[in-house]
Design a binder for this molecule. Structure first.
Ligand SMILES: Nc1ncnc2c1ncn2[C@@H]1O[C@H](COP(=O)(O)OP(=O)(O)OP(=O)(O)O)[C@@H](O)[C@H]1O
Ligand SMILES: [Mg+2]
Length: 367
């Protein structure tokens, strides 16, 4: 699938500096294959996201990387060393669990110190390292060290869980749904904090999430998963603008697909016919006559007077969302599109309008 082509391009550059290489891992629970043939590399300093719907195998994949689950097949290498058969504590990989998994009967300080005490370091060094790990997540040890997990907020518990992982100096950190336990406001705040923390530390990170916005903000590259398989790996822009298939396109954000009757490709790009109208879709490398579907995201459509745009439409509904109006449109063949309109007023239902698409942003896929 697409992954092979997108990985291949980067193979040469990643090979030498890949800190983590996941090569064809799979996992069966009984006779049920939960994850199949997953491959990806993570470079030094890179933030990577595994994104997909509930039950698609994200946590299982992450647990195999951490050593908490053993793969049925495939290899995992860390700094070139095969760690597939090594237990978690011999991999130098940090894991931040979805529920943070703090010890309720230990103070914040002791929670963070826990991993260090197992390695029996001397007390002064433990104290200094715990203080520094807590400082890096902006929880001063003087204020928070003696509190217990039930005496701090959800966002603070999240940070303690991160500090507890950072203090052990891992080669990479894995986060399972780092924002799922937080309310909307805290989620937005922690999202930026996580991003900045990863930027400062340059620690390779894998985030598992079902939240496509969080994945795009947090990660340099995103792997979109469905039913145990990677559908596409790419930068946030690549997977959003040039999804490999319909699943990826729809998972990344609202999109309406219209069957295009024919494609005309010239040296300048592609135009597609929808009904008896022609729409300029910008550069693409589809062969002429390929049967395509064209996908439109609401933010990539604009309205103009009828006759001016690429295609004619009738407004069927209009909703104010705070940021803009979401305008429902019907085009030839009864197909419904949505356009985001940033304006003070919006056209009433029944109005005839012209619709223009941002050429490079039309998503073209084989039908
Ligand atoms: N120990 C297990 N035994 C049997 N089946 C399991 C086990 N762990 C997970 N599964 C199944 O494997 C599939 C993938 O689970 P996984 O937890 O990896 O999904 P996920 O992508 O993390 O989902 P979510 O977003 O809901 O956390 C699910 O169908 C789940 O029921
Ligand atoms: Mg999960």
């Amino acid at each position: 699938m697409e992954r092979h082509t997108s990985l291949k391009n980067e193979d040469d550059t990643l090979q030498s500096e890949a800190i983590l290489q996941v090569d064809g891992i799979e996992k069966y629970f009984g006779s049920y294959r939960v994850v199949g043939d997953i491959s990806f590399d993570i470079a030094e300093g890179e933030a990577f996201a595994l994104l997909g719907p509930s039950g698609c195998g994200k946590t299982t994949t992450l647990r195999m990387v951490a050593g908490l689950e053993s793969p049925t097949g495939g290899r995992i290498r860390l700094r070139g060393r095969d760690v597939t058969a090594l237990p978690p504590h011999r991999r130098s990989i940090g894991f931040v669990f979805q529920d943070f998994a703090l010890f309720p009967h230990l103070s914040v300080f002791e929670n963070v110190a826990f991993g260090l005490r197992l390695k029996s370091r001397d007390r002064d060094s433990i104290k200094a390292r715990v203080a520094s790990a807590l400082a890096s997540v902006r929880l001063p040890v003087e204020t928070f060290g003696d509190r217990y997990p039930n005496q701090i907020s959800g966002g603070q518990r999240q940070r303690v869980a991160i500090a507890r992982t950072l203090v052990t100096d891992p080669l990479a950190v894995l986060f399972d749904e780092p924002l799922a336990a937080l309310d909307r406001h805290l989620r937005d705040h922690m999202l930026i904090e996580l991003k900045e923390l990863q930027h400062r530390s340059r620690l390779p990170a894998i985030y598992v999430t079902h939240d496509q916005e969080a994945a795009m903000i947090l990660a340099d590259r995103v792997a979109v998963m469905n039913q145990g398989a990677i559908q596409q790996i790419g930068t946030p822009q690549e997977i959003y603008r040039r999804p490999a298939n319909r699943f990826v396109a729809e998972f990344m954000g609202e999109v309406a697909f219209v069957p295009a009757l024919s494609v005309e490709s010239s040296s300048e790009g592609t135009s597609i016919r929808i009904g008896d109208e022609t729409l300029w879709a910008g550069p693409s490398d589809f062969a002429p006559e390929t049967r395509l579907v064209a996908g439109f995201r609401p933010g990539d459509l604009s309205l103009c007077p009828p006759g001016d745009g690429d295609i004619r439409a009738t407004v069927t509904g209009c909703y104010f969302t705070g940021l803009a109006f979401l305008v429902q449109l019907e085009i030839a063949g009864g197909v419904t599109l949505s356009a985001r309109l940033e304006a003070e007023t919006a056209p009433a239902p029944g109005t005839e309008v012209g619709v223009r698409a941002t050429p490079g942003h039309v998503i073209l896929l084989p039908s």
